[in-house]
Ligand binder design. Sequence first.
Ligand code: AMP
Ligand code: GLY
Length: 426
Amino acid sequence: MKVLLIGSGGREHALAWKLAASPLLEKLYAAPGNPGIAEHAECVPLDIRDHASVVDFCRDKAVDFVVVGPEAPLVAGLADDLISAGIPVFGPTADAARLEGSKGFTKDLCARYDIPTAAYGRFADAAHAKDYVRRSGTPIVIKADGLAAGKGVVIAMTEEEAFAAIDDCFSGAFGDSGAEVVVEEFMEGEEASFFCLCDGKTALPFGTAQDHKRVGEGDTGANTGGMGAYSPAPVMTPEMVSRVMREIVEPTLKGMEEMGSPFVGALFVGLMITVDGPKLIEYNVRFGDPECQVLMPRLEDDLLALLKGAVDGQLAHMSARWRDDAALTVVMAARGYPGTPEKGSVIRGLDAAAAADAEVFHAGTALEDGAVVASGGRVLNVTALGSNVTEARDRAYHAVDRIDWPEGFCRRDIGWRAIEREAGEA
Ligand code: AMP
Ligand code: GLY
């Protein structure tokens, strides 16, 4: 098969690395890709916001299959335009991508299908949103309805903070994404990420992970896209996975189908495991970044066959096998992240790190005069396997320490919660 992969981050490097191992693959293109992805794919400088140019490229190169990594092109309808042109695509249509593109849509679906999630209200004006906050009390969670690159959520400890967050949203801090606000109950528990491949009717469980969203050690400081992750998530026992499938994922797929928007693609189920059981925090309509970087090294089966199975409606007849090993990834970020990262610094030692039993996925790099330089906030994802999270952590940091990049930083405590558990079990 000739495959086009859309995206340019660490998630897409991990996907490219795994797709490249598929016996079904004849040729891999990536748009726009990055220097790490270029080791497995021919990178093409397409503007992915220009759907017609993507369709033209696929026709010109006789691409048989497109895999979309990030959410923005899905919410913008890239899958719809490819499907209209007769090109098979792994990733949901714009209607189905509302599961990520509109928090209010997802909350209403949960209410209609009795899916456990935080109690909530949807508001198109500040006065009503504030009334709801007064009635509910604090802590409380304020969310811009639409895509806000992970920045549209405020956990308000006081009424004043909640009111300020509501005013921010309605004054345009998130553009159109904040035209509507969701106010919801604060849930307590342990967070976990759960993934499914979906073919519209059937969901195939596709791994679990936990990430670290805060920039600082001990899970402190500003929120980020994720500073590291590990898989599997110890809280996601087989019993918990079955319960989440039954109470959350299966009713969601049924609801989407009944609404005429069957979901095809990767469903990222963000969960809070509370004392009352698992509750949905949010859906994403794609693989997680950096969660994908710890799923791919653990997947034993052919990724391309599974993604194609999803698009062909064949998942009821398929399964995914995983290595028993744990995987852990450490995100190396450019100084300044998650604010304004410094760009252009030279990164050395990548070969030495790769020789140390780790995969170094590129997230935000560019080539300048033959040197790999930082070009984004999250720059590298240093990923290793081990017999448990502790061993994977040790291998990953051993490789991190071989990377010579004074302008970068990482957290040194990725995996701490699982590692404490493992120490307790030993
Ligand atoms: P989201 O963008 O919806 O994933 O929210 C970002 C983060 O905010 C989540 O990963 C949680 O840590 C936290 N969060 C979101 N909603 C809630 C909630 N209702 N209760 C507690 N924490 C939440
Ligand atoms: N790591 C969280 C996300 O991909 O949204």
